[in-house]
Design a protein around this ligand. Sequence first.
Ligand code: BDR
Ligand code: CA
Length: 367
Amino acid sequence: VKSIWLDADPGHDDAVALLLALFGRSSSTHTSPDVHLLGLSTVAGNACGLATWQNAAKLLVAYGADDVERRGGRERERDIALIRGADEPLVQSVRADAAIHGEDGLGGVMGLPALSDPRVQQYLQHSHSRNANGLHTFISHLIALLQERTSKGLAPITIAATGPLTNIAMLLKCAPKHLIRAGVQEIVLMGGAAGCPGNRGPLAEFNILVDPEAASIVFDYDIPVTMAGLNVTHQAIFTPELQATLTAKKSPIRTLLSSAMTFFAQTYETEFDFKCGPPVHDFLVLAYIISPHLFSGPKSSSSDDNGEPARYRVDIERNAHSPAFAATVVDFHDQWRQQHQQQHQQQQQHDETWGKGGRNVRVLQHV
Ligand code: BDR
Ligand code: CA
């Protein structure tokens, strides 16, 4: 069972990702989830920071995350931390996406508890940070969590990021490097577009566009990153057939999900002319963590790597005057690094840890 931390900006597809983070199983024969969600932090993105945080609390209640869980005869109390993180990007101005997710980030979603629902209020009251500058609370909570886990010899965690990377970037900036290396196995994120057009700019995908400076910090850090960009998420379409399967049985969660996907399908058709259904972008982050074999991509050509997935250097275009602003530039053939010897020398320190010269990103290509 992998221990994960989810950082999200719910958001319709973030809502589906959260469901998987709570209950995802790699096989229907498994009786309990294959992931253990340690906590959920929210970030401004699809909607403002207040809305994404409140949405997270409503979803946790709707999904029964706080219920006592009975699986395979075991009973355990869930204790999922909720933290309101950054309300604005590091440098850029706030940018939400009401055209896709509605004004409050979960437009059209049915069956959510009201904000005044005591269970929602309880989540919000117990949230580790409740105000607009919660970033420092997020960072200290994560540092304490990693310290505790490493001191107890527990396995490193996986960070799943389905929104702009503001919180994660600041964690990487502020936490001691040795702690991140010992305590975090990998960052799996939805963001960017590898060799395909963007969705909020010629080459800009929304999560990267909201906070390209944060994205740059994350992609440059010498830790394994797995990127689910638009090139792969646009292969995962929630088709009318899947919608019919979902609604074939009735339950409150099915109603919630099908209304979310109906709204998402409508906005995707209006905005992007998607006629066969919306891509379930963020869902893929959790799908990859739970069942990595569903995905394929090039294998490393280095004999040292034993057929491991290839990893690439990825740079973020940060020139706001460029039509390529916020592009995720993947150095698929390792040409840029080889042509920039000086940069390469600076990357020697990375070689000590990953032996990749900054090539730390697995780019998911097929699902
Ligand atoms: C990403 O932006 C948001 O619309 C979705 O939640 C997803 O994380 C796709 O570009
Ligand atoms: Ca998202």
